[in-house]
Design a protein around this ligand. Structure first.
Ligand code: HGY
Ligand code: MN
Ligand code: MN
Length: 417
């Protein structure tokens, strides 16, 4: 590892820590769309982009975009980047690594007056996780022109609409159409991201090339049964909403255990205004089902829907099922995977290709350009979406070196596959 690599690794990791200080909940990292912490983080990122020699713009969705001019100014830009929002009590590398690593590399190129035949744009996407308003990939959809304006009426836990939250932070949703990137302005989109899983760690590999991003379908489920006194309502006459939810959750677990690569999660399960001595009349659940193959995902979703209806009919519980997210699996372009593989080879790092079970902004960016991703090894068993999420400075340095090599050799083939 060269001194330059080590310095880049250090810079990236230090800035991850500084960015993590922008949180809504002291003592943990929670940075949701358009909160004060979210906007403070945007300001910090913009400042680092300027220091690195980029011009900076932001758009109506809150994306922060740094542009490092190329030798041919109107050439299509190579886009890179990731998201700066987080889940609640999340990890500090999920998103920021893919923003701060390119900024550090651009800063090095700028100091060396190194330019490329194409502009490089680093995008800090404003919202990928969908935590506050239950709508995901907002930043990348705004750039890709696939932002569904119906989500502007989604409300957060406090009853505020996304539209009001955006205006309160100084953004005008009516200007979203101006954020769309014309397809011919983009050469490709590549993202550096932690793996958020154990594969690279188990195989003792620092980096991996992503082959495809799994598709996913998400629902919010409202179950309405009948509340009652915990001491007087006989078991056989109960319409217990929470037990219906529990049975649904167990069905999802068993159905998804049946197939490799299929995963199902009930990440939120609440009994509004519940009490220990009251039979739950209402229960709210989230459902997240994913698979690398779309046909497998569709079949699992159909089975879960059928099971929900059967369980609720038998238990006398009314069900409202609202789809909050659906994305088909997205392949990473072969020509970009090959250029990542060439960069790894030139840097003397073993190549490992693997799918991504986690969703990423590339799923939206694929609407306007070819995409690819470089995964970086996670520590702590690969845990993510959790404060124990971690990675090493050495791996940050290696990823920076490979990213630098990738960009310095980047070219768009005459005919893309
Ligand atoms: O949920 C996901 O897969 C991503 O981290 N938003
Ligand atoms: Mn992420
Ligand atoms: Mn995430």
């Amino acid at each position: 590892m060269t001194t330059i690599d080590a310095l880049l690794g250090e810079e990236i990791m230090q800035r991850v820590e500084l960015l993590a200080a922008h949180t809504e909940q002291p003592g943990m990292l929670t940075r949701t769309y358009m909160s004060t912490a979210h906007q403070d983080a945007a300001g910090q990122i913009a400042a680092w982009m300027r220091e690195a020699g980029m011009t900076v713009r932001s758009d109506a969705a809150g994306n922060v975009i740094g542009r490092y001019e190329g030798l041919t100014p109107d050439a299509p830009a190579l886009l890179t980047g990731s998201h700066y929002d987080s889940v609640r009590d999340g990890g500090r590398y999920d998103g920021p690594l893919g923003i701060l690593l390119p900024i550090a590399c651009v800063s090095a190129w700028h100091r060396l007056s190194r330019r490329f035949p194409f502009p490089l744009e680093v995008v800090a996407f404003s919202e990928e996780e969908g935590v506050r308003f239950k709508a995901t990939l907002l930043g990348s959809r705004a750039l890709a022109g696939t932002f569904d304006t119906r989500v502007l009426d989604n409300i957060d836990d406090g009853g505020k609409t996304m539209r009001d939250a955006m205006r309160g932070a100084g953004y005008e949703p009516d200007d979203l159409p101006a954020a769309v990137l014309p397809r011919n302005r983009v050469a490709a989109f590549v993202e550096v991201h932690i793996e958020q899983g154990p594969v690279l760690l188990d195989e003792k590999l620092p980096l991996g090339i992503v082959t495809a991003i799994s598709g996913a379908t998400r629902f919010m489920l409202e179950l309405d049964g009948m509340a009652g006194h915990a001491g007087t309502v006989p078991m056989q006459s109960r319409r217990d909403a929470a037990m219906a939810g529990a049975e649904i959750g167990l069905f999802i677990e068993q159905r998804c255990q049946a197939e490799l690569g299929l995963v199902g999660t009930v990440g939120q399960f609440t009994v509004p205004n519940g009490a220990a001595n009251v039979v739950p009349g209402r229960a709210l659940l989230s459902i997240d089902i994913r698979a690398g193959e779309d046909a497998v995902l569709r079949a699992a979703v159909d089975d879960v829907r059928a099971a929900i209806n059967a369980i609720c009919a038998r238990r006398g519980v009314r069900v409202t099922l609202r789809k909050t997210y659906e994305a088909v699996s997205v392949a990473c372009a072969d020509w970009l995977q090959a250029q990542w593989a060439d960069a790894l080879r030139r840097c003397g790092i073993p190549q490992r290709r693997l799918p991504s079970g986690a969703g990423h902004d590339g799923m939206a960016m694929a609407a306007i350009t070819d995409i690819a991703m470089l995964f970086v090894r996670c520590g702590n068993g690969g845990i993510s979406h959790h404060p124990s999420e971690t990675m090493s400075t050495e791996d940050a340095a290696l990823a920076a070196r490979v990213f630098i090599d990738f960009v310095e050799h980047f070219s768009v083939p005459a005919v893309c596959d």
